[in-house]
Design a protein around this ligand. Structure first.
Ligand code: HEM
Length: 496
């Protein structure tokens, strides 16, 4: 009997140990993070203009993965190359949704675009169409003559300002170059600031960025819509939506009404209109589908290129040694041909290193486009709930002292002889274009317009500060009222 009792006691102890082990296993392990307040979570702690810097500071306390709460919404911030690889490669499938907020929902015509909407067969199909008809390397090469023409116009404009000893507002001129180039390639027409639709186009480019990241109470609680109305957010969103809608209408009508020559190349709007009438296409496209795709093209193209060129020139003007080195390389390689062509770019090793170093320090989209988890996932031993917003801080990853020596110093030499690229192929320590199935489809397109204009501005002119300005007056502060990080002050220089 005693033996039986002892046996029973031993079995009970084993059972309890197993139970407690399982209990521990099932306990939810939330990533560390700052304590929030009831109801609003960490909302009161956010710094909307420099969120990437704020997250980077939090990382020093909580490590490369930490959790926050945005009112009702759980959120996780990731800022190391190793964990970026988990999100973009190992567990890409679990992390491929996008948070579908009120602003994004409206601007994407209720989820008919590629970039902002949840992952679906439809978005996969439309992304394929964008790649084949607009963004593949073959297509990008085909549009070289448009980029050359736009760069020549810009160089002429800078030359006349230089002859008249006028200051060159590079921020304005580059935005004009980038929007003219992308609108000519994508919509078959130049919408620069001096042309029809141009100035409206530019102000909408900035409004749309703000609305992508705008805060809406209705994303967090059922009666939030009332507060959005009272705060004026709803009417701002409607104004931006209507402004954009009329631009898309104009672009579509221009295409419907044009007398197309047979020899003329189809642009992406022609392709989408053709698919709208194609009954064999897997999806029945409407005008709203086309407008939602135009929204992605409209918002993706110009701002990212402008930010990249302006940050490169800012770093070079503040760092005269790399400036001299890159200009010597450009001028000795291309000599007195007068213009750098895209075919010359692969020979320019130091110039390419300048572009990479600029992107490391100033990724145009420092927090990429937020992701959302599809299902429960585990990263670094922490549990991440389904429908959690996931932010990847490319800005912090590019400055991580574990990966980069003297990370705050502009030093293009670090890329000489290195196979590191901007597409995260070699390592996820630069995730300029994101990664995995939601990666930017336009890396080649974006880099082609950025590199050509930057190379020619450096080849054709020497750049100086206007009288009365010192190096210290060239700010390198950011403004991030949306997804794109621009320089706060416009960059104005003298071209010689
Ligand atoms: C230097 C220029 C550019 C940069 C730095 C850039 C950066 C990015 C980033 C970081 C993402 C998010 C990737 C992710 O979640 O993993 C993205 C997505 C996207 N980009 Fe770009 N982009 C650039 C140019 C463009 C251009 C010119 C276009 C269109 C013509 C474009 C269209 C898109 C689209 C459609 C997506 C969404 C892809 C998806 O969700 O599947 N981008 N881009």
């Amino acid at each position: 009997m005693l033996v039986l009792l002892l046996l029973l006691a031993a079995l009970s102890i084993i059972f309890l140990v197993i139970l407690s082990k399982n209990g521990k296993k099932q306990r939810f392990r939330r990533p560390p993070g700052p304590k929030g307040l009831p109801l609003i979570g960490n909302l009161h702690q956010f710094e909307p203009l420099n969120t990437h810097v704020y997250y980077s500071k939090l990382g020093k306390t909580y490590g490369p993965i930490f959790a926050l709460r945005l009112m009702s919404k759980p959120m996780v911030v990731i800022q190391s190359a190793k964990l970026a690889q988990e999100v973009f490669q190992t567990q890409d499938k679990n992390f491929c949704n996008r948070p579908f907020t009120v602003g994004r929902k409206r601007l994407s015509y209720d989820g008919l675009d590629v970039a902002l909407s949840p992952y679906s067969d439809y978005s996969k199909e439309m992304k394929k169409i964008l790649i084949v008809h607009l963004l593949s390397s073959k297509k990008v090469n085909l549009f070289a003559s448009i980029r050359h023409d736009e760069v020549s116009r810009l160089i002429q404009e800078v030359s006349s300002l230089s002859s008249a000893s006028k200051v060159v507002n590079l921020s304005q001129l580059i935005l004009n170059y980038a929007s003219s180039t992308s609108s000519r390639i994508m919509f078959g027409k130049r919408y620069s600031d001096k042309e029809e639709l141009g100035s409206r186009y530019h102000s909408l480019l900035s409004e749309i960025q703000t609305m992508f990241a705008a805060f809406f109470y209705s994303d967090h609680f059922p009666l939030g819509g009332v507060l959005d109305k009272l705060s004026g957010q709803s009417s701002k969103l409607e104004k931006t939506f209507n402004g954009l809608d009329s631009v898309y209408e104009k672009i579509i009508n221009d295409h419907l009404n044009k007398n197309k020559l047979e020899s003329e190349q189809e642009d992406i709007v022609d392709v989408l209109l053709r698919l709208m009438n194609d009954t064999s296409f897997a999806y029945k496209l409407t005008m709203n589908h086309i407008k939602a795709i135009l929204m992605n093209l409209f918002s993706g193209g110009a701002n990212t290129t402008t930010a990249g060129v302006i940050w490169a020139l800012t770093e070079l003007i503040k760092n005269p040694v790399p400036m001299k080195k890159v200009q010597e390389e450009l001028r000795s390689t291309v000599q007195n041909k007068g213009f750098i062509l895209e075919g010359d770019l692969p020979k320019l090793e130091y110039f390419k290193a300048v572009v990479k170093e600029t992107c490391r320090l100033h990724p145009p989209s420092p927090l990429l486009i937020p992701r959302e988890t599809v299902c429960k996932s585990i990263i670094e031993g922490y549990d991440i709930l389904p429908n959690t917003i996931v932010i990847l801080n490319a800005w912090a990853i590019g400055r991580d002292p574990k990966y980069w020596k003297d990370p705050e110093i502009f030093m293009p030499e670090r890329f000489i002889g290195s196979s590191m690229d901007l597409k995260g192929k070699v390592a996820m320590s630069m995730i300029h274009f994101g990664g995995g199935r939601r990666m930017c489809p336009a890396a080649n397109f974006g880099l082609a317009s950025l590199e050509l204009v930057l190379a020619n501005l450096l080849y054709s002119f020497d750049w100086e500060l206007p009288d009365g300005l010192n190096m210290e007056d060239i700010d390198d502060t950011n403004v991030l009222p949306g997804l794109i990080m621009h320089k706060k002050q416009q960059l104005c220089l003298i071209a010689k």
